[in-house]
Design a binder for this molecule. Structure first.
Ligand code: SF4
Length: 178
């Protein structure tokens, strides 16, 4: 069974976009092809704020301090923090999703959000297995959002699976690009 390096897996309300306020399971995967450092900075300057955080002082991702400049998801791609993102088997991930979801199911009013980092890097190869495990457990998945930086194409394996899978005939997919 495939594994995914998971920075965070939690249940919360979508905080942005057209599905603002929708209860959702967030799967934040590790890795990004960017190192955005300009947020909150005067034009042209790059934030070094995350570099002042000592990774050795933390053993849980959600205990890390927030930053006010640069990428606010820094620990989902900066290798200094990779020890906080365990490799999890697909079955473990779906077990946790079932624990998080009321009655263990998605549904039209409970979405799955794949975020990062950049969720459409190499982990794409594991997503069909992830979705099939969710389907095998009859969890009524109806909506997936990919929160992506928009630089990655869907690989053929995932694209073809979305077109022809027998698990979710009415699956909605949103690409939230920013
Ligand atoms: S997670 Fe998003 S904001 Fe952060 S470095 Fe990657 S693309 Fe930039």
């Amino acid at each position: 069974m495939s594994k995914i390096k998971v920075a965070e897996l939690f249940y919360s309300l979508q905080g942005e976009g057209q599905y603002l306020g929708t209860p959702s399971v967030f799967l934040r995967v590790f890795g990004c092809n960017f190192k955005c450092a300009g947020f909150g900075m005067p034009r042209g300057q790059l934030s070094e704020e995350r570099m002042a955080i000592d990774p050795e002082k933390y053993n849980e991702y959600d205990k890390l301090p927030l930053v006010h400049t640069g990428c606010d998801s820094y620990a989902s791609w900066d290798p200094r923090f990779k020890h906080l993102s365990p490799m999890m088997e697909i079955s473990e991930i779906v077990d946790k999703m079932q624990e998080l979801l009321p009655e263990g199911k998605f549904g039209p009013d409970k979405h799955l959000i794949l975020t990062g980092g950049e969720p459409l890097l190499g982990w794409q190869r594991a997503y069909t297995e992830l979705f099939e495990e969710i389907g095998n457990r009859d969890m009524n998945l109806t909506h997936i959002t990919f929160e992506t930086n928009g630089t990655q194409e869907l690989k053929d394996g995932l694209k073809d699976w979305f077109v022809s899978n027998d698990y979710f005939p009415f699956l909605d997919i949103t690409y939230s690009v920013s």
